[in-house]
Design a protein around this ligand. Structure first.
Ligand SMILES: [Zn+2]
Length: 338
């Protein structure tokens, strides 16, 4: 009895194997499936017959039947895969293969966003060279020889003898624009800057700044406050407290550092704001009379303000990123989020 069942089942498998070879479309394959694996298939009928066998025979037979069933399933899956592959090829209604498109780098996006805010206030966009001379980077900006910012350790010199360097800030653009144009002027100048800094969570030897400059008759500190307050509100899209604290820059007088109430903890104190509840976001001030003299403007007629902000820092605050290096690793998993 056992031998007979096994022989029959093996024949059944051979039959299935032979039949499936000729099948080329999914309709016929489905018929095959019903015949060989369906509920009413020969195989299932045999399963119900094994009750008449002895206990030991039952074990052997059950094992054999399951083995055959597995083999039939495998035949079916393989044929199904091949047929579907072929049918998909000719199905014109399936969606096409998506071409991966790139997107703007988060830093580029933030620059665009900031520039747009100032553009709406009537600022023009200006650019200057990344390779500068000592004169534009320091001297014209009222930075005397002995100023610590001129220290060779902070600046990448290209040719020290010829005083050619990589600009350490975007402020030289102020000088280049003022030499070329007469007031009134309102400019915003985004660009790359370079400093001999370590590459760590908050520093990078290459980073981006946005410089602003407004010069006209009768420009006052209140204009500076108004412009920056509007910018901060537009950029963070929420009400934040703004604090102007006295500071020092060689090219502005008076100078101020602008802090805002922490956008992450809302003044409760967190690691980003060093538990102070406030974040420094930019430096600014009224243009120093010496700077005006250097470009041939009469400081008795003209006044103006200038400011500079770090783009990476603003991007990190806006998107709550805790490591500046993410911007430069070129990891798509990071970049695709913006
Ligand atoms: Zn905080």
């Amino acid at each position: 009895m056992l031998k007979e069942i096994i022989e029959k089942v093996e024949l059944f498998f051979e039959e299935g194997k032979k039949e499936i070879e000729g099948i080329k479309d999914s309709e016929l394959l489905e018929k095959w499936r019903i015949k060989f694996l369906g509920r009413k298939s020969y195989l299932n009928q045999i399963f119900s017959k094994i009750s008449s066998l002895t206990k030991e025979e039952k074990v052997i037979c059950g094992k054999k039947l399951n083995e055959i069933k597995q083999n039939l399933i495998e035949l079916y899956e393989r044929a199904k895969f091949q047929i579907e592959k072929k049918e998909i090829k000719y199905n014109l209604f399936l969606p096409g293969v998506k071409v991966k498109t790139g997107n703007l780098h988060p830093i580029t996006k933030i620059i665009d966003e900031i520039v747009q805010i100032f553009y709406r206030m009537g600022f023009a966009i200006a650019e200057g060279p990344e390779i500068e001379t000592d004169y534009y980077n320091f001297t014209a900006l009222n930075t005397p020889e002995e100023h610590p910012a001129r220290d060779i350790w902070d600046t990448f010199y290209i040719e020290k003898e010829k005083n050619i360097l990589l600009r350490t800030h975007t402020s030289p653009v102020q000088i280049r624009i003022m030499e070329k144009y007469t007031p009134p002027l309102k400019i915003i100048a985004p660009g790359k800057c370079f400093r001999r800094d370590a590459f760590d969570t908050s520093h990078s030897p290459m980073f981006h700044q946005i410089e602003g400059l407004m010069v006209d008759k009768d420009i006052k500190f209140t204009h500076l406050k108004g412009v920056l307050s509007y910018f901060i509100y537009e950029f963070f899209k929420k009400e934040v407290k703004i604090v102007f604290a006295p500071s020092y820059f060689p090219f502005t007088e008076p100078s101020a550092e602008v802090s805002i109430s922490c956008v992450i903890c809302e003044e409760k104190g967190c690691s980003t704001c060093g538990n102070t509840g406030f974040l420094e976001i930019l430096g600014c001030g009224m243009v120093h009379p010496n700077v005006f003299k250097n470009v041939g403007y009469d400081p008795k007629i003209y006044t103006g303000f200038a400011f500079g902000m770090g783009v990476e820092r603003l991007a990190m605050l806006k998107y709550q990123i805790d490591d500046i290096r993410y911007f430069y690793y070129n990891d798509l998993r990071f970049l695709e989020q913006f």
